[in-house]
Design a protein around this ligand. Structure first.
Ligand SMILES: NC(=O)c1ccc[n+]([C@@H]2O[C@H](COP(=O)([O-])OP(=O)(O)OC[C@H]3O[C@@H](n4cnc5c(N)ncnc54)[C@H](OP(=O)(O)O)[C@@H]3O)[C@@H](O)[C@H]2O)c1
Length: 250
C-alpha cells in the first residue's frame, strides 16, 4: 500500500488559495508535479514558491474556467511540456448565495458554468489522454446530499458534480481510471470569511458538527492524496465527506 505520487502530474484547479492551495501542497508533498491552476498567474506564484521551498515541483497554469479556448490551450501546453495529466482535481468553484427569486437563468447558467460545466469539460479533455491508473477527484460539498435555504444554484451544481463522479466512474473504470469526490464541510477559508466572522453563525455551525469546530483548510489534503494514490486503487465512484462529522450528526 502506497501514498506515494512520485512521477504523477497533478492538475489542481483553484490552487491559488483556500482548499485548492492545501490540496496542491499535499499532492506535491506526496511527490507529484503540480500544475497549479487559477485565473491569474500572480495569485499562483506564492503557492508555486511554497511548494518549491519544500523541495517539490509546481508550475502555474492560469486560465479562466469559463473560457473554453484558453482551457484547451493551457491543457495542450501542459501536455506538451509535462506529458498527460495523471491526477485531476476539480477544486475551483464559485457560489451565489442569492435567494431563489433573484436566481434567473443568467445567474444559474453562470454558476453552473464554473461549478459543473467546466469540471465536466476538464474531465472529458483530461481523460482523453489519461493513462491507466489515472485519478480524478472532484471537490463537491456537503451541499450535494443536503441543503440550506438561499443556496439553490450551488446545491444543484454540487449535486450534479456528485452524480457526474458516479457517471464517470462507470464510464472510465474499464480504462483503469478511478473517479471519486471529496465533500468538504465547513472550512475556514476566505470564501467563508463572512460566516467565520459572524460569531453566532460560526458557533451554530461548529455545534452542528460532531467534532465541534470548523475545519482547517489543511485538513482537506489527506483525503485527496489518499484518493489520488495507489492506496485507493480499488475505490471509485465514491464521495468522501471531509466534514468533521457534519453529515452524520443529528
Ligand atoms: N470552504 C468550504 O468550507 C467549502 C465547503 C464545501 C465545498 N467547498 C468547495 O471547495 C472548493 C474550494 O473552496 P474554497 O473555499 O477554497 O474556495 P475559494 O477560496 O473561493 O477559492 C475558489 C477557487 O476557485 C477559483 N475560481 C473561481 N472561479 C473561477 C474561474 N472562473 N476560473 C478559474 N478559477 C476560478 C478561484 O481562482 P482565483 O484565485 O483565480 O479567484 C479560487 O482559486 C470549491 O469548489 C468549493 O465549492 C468549500
Amino acid at each position: 500500500m502506497s501514498f506515494d505520487l512520485t512521477g504523477k502530474v497533478a492538475l489542481v484547479t483553484g490552487a491559488g488559495r483556500g482548499l485548492g492551495r492545501e490540496i496542491a501542497l499535499g499532492l506535491a508533498r506526496a511527490g507529484a508535479l503540480v500544475l497549479a491552476h487559477g485565473r491569474r498567474v500572480e495569485a499562483l506564484e506564492p503557492v508555486v514558491e511554497a511548494i518549491e521551498a519544500e523541495g517539490g515541483r509546481a508550475v502555474p497554469l492560469p486560465f479562466d474556467l469559463g473560457d473554453e479556448a484558453a482551457l484547451e490551450t493551457a491543457l495542450n501546453w501542459a501536455r506538451s511540456h509535462f506529458g498527460p495529466v495523471t491526477v485531476l482535481v476539480n477544486n475551483a468553484g464559485a457560489r451565489d448565495r442569492r435567494p431563489l427569486p433573484e436566481l434567473d437563468r443568467v445567474a444559474v447558467r453562470a454558476l453552473l458554468e464554473i461549478d459543473l460545466v467546466a469540471p465536466f469539460d476538464l474531465c472529458r479533455r483530461v481523460a482523453g489522454h489519461m493513462p491507466e491508473g489515472g485519478r480524478i477527484v472532484n471537490v463537491t460539498s456537503i451541499a450535494g446530499p443536503i441543503a440550506r435555504a438561499g443556496d439553490a444554484a450551488y446545491t444543484a451544481a454540487k449535486g450534479g458534480l456528485d452524480a457526474l463522479t458516479r457517471a464517470l466512474s462507470a464510464e472510465l473504470g474499464p480504462r483503469g481510471i478511478t473517479v471519486n469526490a471529496v465533500a468538504p464541510g465547513y472550512f475556514a477559508t476566505e470564501a467563508n470569511r463572512a460566516m467565520v466572522e459572524d460569531k453566532e453563525i460560526a458557533a451554530f455551525l461548529a455545534k452542528r458538527t460532531s467534532l465541534g469546530r470548523w475545519g482547517e483548510p489543511s485538513e482537506i489534503a489527506g483525503a485527496v492524496v489518499f484518493l489520488a494514490s495507489p492506496a485507493a486503487s480499488y475505490v471509485s465512484g465514491q464521495t468522501l465527506a471531509v466534514d468533521g462529522g457534519y453529515l452524520s450528526h443529528f
